[in-house]
Design a protein around this ligand. Structure first.
Ligand SMILES: [Zn+2]
Length: 570
C-alpha cells in the first residue's frame, strides 16, 4: 500500500475520551472512530488487524474440525421465548419491531439460533458430532460501555456450538476447543490464561475462561503461583477456616444502640471481625433469601444465585423487606427467628463457636450463638476468596489479579436442546436431546488486548502475525529520484513475495513518517536515505535498534524475522 493513496487518520494528541492504553492507541493510530457510546467504525488500518485476528481464529477452528456458518443478526423473539431468555435478558438486549409489530432482537449471542438450525437439519446420530461456528457482529446494550472496543455495545465475536450424541462426545469437543483456543491466543501473541469459571446452575467443571491480565478488567482471577490453579472469583474456593473447638456458652442478648456495621460492632464488643457472623438479605426474583458469612468475608452473589437455583435478578433486599423478615431496621438481622424463604450459611460460620449475630430487633445483638444449637440453614460456600488464602489444590497461597475475558468455553449439556425440543434419533431408535457446548471469542476485544500487552510510549508494537502491515518503507526525501526509485524497488520486491508493505511516499518530513510508523506499530522499518550511494539502507525492528544493511540483503533479513515468528510467507 502506498500511503499517498491511503486514508491516514493518526492523531498526535491523546483523545480525552480514552481511559486505557489500547483505546488511546486505537484512536491515535487511526484504527477506530467513535460513532456513539460503545459503537465504533473500523478504519482501514483497524479492519486489517481485525481480519488477521479473524483469520487466525478461522484457521484454528477449521483445523479443529469446526465448520463456518453465518447466522442472521436479527433474531425473532419467538426463539428467545422458547428458551425462556426473552425476558431474562433484560435491558442488555437491543429489541426492535418490524412494520407488522412483530418483536425481534439484534443477537447478543446465538445459542437459540444454532439450536434451531440443529433441530431442523440434524435428524440422526449419524450426522453427529457437529461443530458450527460463525464470526459475527453482536449487540449488547451495556449499561456502561467503556474502554473503546474492550467493552462496546457492538462487537465482533466468534461463537461456536457443538452438538453431540453423548457426554463423551461433548467432553471431546470441549477439549478440542480448549486446545484450539490455546493455539489461537498464542498465535495472536496474547498471554491468555485458562481459568476455571462459573457455569451457573449447570455446575461442575464445565466452563473455563481465557483471561488476560488487565488492571481495567471486569473480573477478579484467583491464582496460585505454586501450582496451576486459576479460577474466576465467582468460581474460586478456598478451604473454610475452622475455629478451635469450644464449649457452647449461654446465649445472651446485648443492647447495641446505633451499632450496625461490622466496624462499629468490633469497637463496641472490643473483639475482632472473625467473632461476628453477618446476615445479609437478598431479593431473588421475589424470594427473600438470607445469607450468612463471617464478619470479615464478602458474600459472592454468583455462588448465592447458583445455590438458589435459576435466578434472573438477585439484589439486596429493600429496607421494607428487611423489616418484614426481621422486624428490625437494617443492621440487626440475624439467623434466630428470621422469616425468610431460604437461609444460606457459609461453611465457615458453621465452624465458629460462640459468635455474635443480629437479634432481629432494632438496637440489639445476640452473643454466644452456635450453629446447630441455635439455628440451622443450608451450608455451602457463599463467599469470596481473599488474597493470601490457601490454594484448594496444593495448599499454597493464592493471589488475586484483575483480568479481562477474551474467550469462554462452556459445556451447555441439554439446557437449550431440552427447552427448544431439539432432538435426534439415536442408534437405539430413541429420540434424544442434543448434548451441546458453546465456545466464544471476543474478536474485537482480543485485538484491544493485544495492544494492551504490546505497546510502548511511542505507540503500538504489533506481533508480526497480526500487524496491519509487516514492513514500512520510508524514503527520507521524496524529491530525491534515486531514493524514490530504490524505495519503490524494495516495495515491489517484497510485495511480490506476499510481504505486506506500507510505502510512505508522502511529501512529509522523515520524522513525521517515523512517528506514524511507530504509532501504527509496523514491526519492521526500512529507511532509504543518503547511504544508497553505498548501496546501504537502514533496517529497524519496531522494538529493536537501527542497523545499516545492504540493499540486496533486505529480503533475507525480513524473511528471517518471519521465520523467528513462525510465520510462513505465502
Ligand atoms: Zn496451588
Amino acid at each position: 500500500m502506498k500511503m499517498s493513496n491511503m486514508l491516514i487518520s493518526t492523531l498526535r494528541e491523546v483523545p480525552a475520551e480514552a481511559e486505557i492504553d489500547s483505546h488511546k492507541l486505537m484512536l491515535r493510530a487511526g484504527m477506530i472512530r467513535k460513532m456513539a457510546a460503545g459503537v465504533y467504525n473500523y478504519m482501514p488500518l483497524g479492519l486489517k488487524v481485525l481480519k488477521k485476528v479473524e483469520d487466525i481464529i478461522r484457521e484454528e477452528m477449521n483445523a479443529a474440525g469446526a465448520q463456518e456458518f453465518l447466522a442472521s443478526a436479527i433474531i425473532p423473539a419467538e426463539l428467545w421465548q422458547e428458551s425462556g431468555r426473552w425476558d431474562a435478558y433484560g435491558a442488555e438486549m437491543f429489541r426492535l419491531k418490524d412494520r407488522g409489530e412483530r418483536d425481534f432482537c439484534l443477537g447478543p449471542t446465538h445459542e437459540e439460533v444454532f439450536t434451531d438450525i440443529a433441530r431442523n437439519e440434524i435428524k440422526s446420530y449419524k450426522q453427529l458430532p457437529l461443530n458450527l461456528y460463525q464470526i459475527q457482529t453482536k449487540y449488547r446494550d451495556e449499561r456502561r460501555p467503556r474502554f473503546g472496543v474492550m467493552r462496546s455495545r457492538e462487537f465482533v465475536m466468534k461463537d461456536a456450538y457443538s452438538f453431540d450424541k453423548d457426554q463423551v462426545g461433548l467432553d471431546l469437543a470441549y477439549d478440542k476447543m480448549h486446545d484450539a483456543y490455546v493455539k489461537i491466543f498464542n498465535r495472536c501473541g496474547l498471554d491468555a490464561k485458562c481459568v476455571a469459571a462459573d457455569s451457573g446452575a449447570i455446575g461442575g467443571s464445565n466452563s473455563a475462561e481465557f483471561m488476560v491480565k488487565s488492571e481495567v478488567g471486569e473480573d477478579d482471577v484467583v491464582f496460585c503461583s505454586d501450582c496451576n490453579y486459576a479460577a474466576n472469583i465467582e468460581k474460586a474456593s478456598s478451604p473454610a477456616e475452622k475455629e478451635l473447638k469450644q464449649e457452647f456458652k449461654e446465649i445472651n442478648k446485648v443492647e447495641t444502640p446505633n451499632v450496625k456495621t461490622i466496624d462499629e460492632l468490633v469497637k463496641f464488643f472490643g473483639t475482632n471481625e472473625k467473632k461476628f457472623a453477618k446476615t445479609i438479605l437478598f431479593n431473588a426474583d421475589g424470594k427473600i433469601v438470607a445469607v450468612m458469612a463471617r464478619g470479615d468475608r464478602e458474600i459472592n452473589e454468583v455462588k448465592v444465585s447458583n445455590a438458589i437455583g435459576e435466578v434472573i435478578n438477585l439484589e439486596l433486599a429493600s429496607s421494607e423487606d428487611v423489616k418484614k423478615a426481621t422486624g428490625a431496621e437494617i443492621g440487626f438481622a440475624g439467623p434466630i427467628g428470621i422469616k425468610v424463604d431460604m437461609l444460606l450459611v457459609d461453611e465457615e460460620v458453621a465452624n465458629m463457636y460462640n459468635f455474635i449475630v443480629g437479634a432481629n430487633e432494632t438496637g440489639y445483638h445476640i452473643n454466644n450463638v452456635n450453629y446447630g444449637r441455635d439455628f440451622e440453614g443450608i451450608i455451602g460456600d457463599y463467599r469470596n476468596v481473599n488474597e493470601g488464602e490457601k490454594c484448594p489444590v496444593c495448599g499454597g497461597k493464592v493471589a488475586i489479579a484483575r483480568g479481562t475475558e477474551v474467550g469462554h468455553i462452556f459445556k451447555l449439556g441439554t439446557k437449550y436442546s431440552e427447552a427448544m425440543n431439539a432432538k435426534f434419533i439415536d442408534e437405539d431408535g430413541k429420540e434424544k436431546p442434543f448434548i451441546m457446548g458453546c465456545y466464544g471469542i471476543g474478536v474485537t476485544r482480543t485485538m484491544a488486548s493485544i495492544i494492551e500487552q504490546h505497546h510502548d510510549e511511542n505507540g503500538i508494537v504489533w506481533p508480526l502475525a497480526v500487524a496491519p502491515y509487516h514492513v514500512s518503507v520510508i524514503p527520507v526525501n521524496v524529491k530525491d529520484e534515486e531514493q524514490v526509485r530504490i524505495a519503490n524497488e524494495i516495495y515491489e520486491q517484497l510485495t511480490s513475495v506476499g510481504i505486506e508493505v506500507l510505502l510512505d511516499d508522502r511529501n512529509e518530513r522523515a520524522g513525521v513518517k517515523f512517528k506514524d510508523s511507530e504509532l501504527m506499530g509496523i514491526p519492521m522499518r526500512i529507511t532509504v536515505g543518503k547511504k544508497i550511494s553505498d548501496r546501504e539502507i537502514e533496517f529497524k525492528l519496531r522494538d529493536g535498534e537501527m542497523e545499516v544493511i545492504k540493499i540486496e540483503d533486505v529480503y533475507n533479513i525480513i524473511k528471517g524475522e518471519f521465520e523467528k515468528s513462525n510465520i510462513k510467507l505465502k
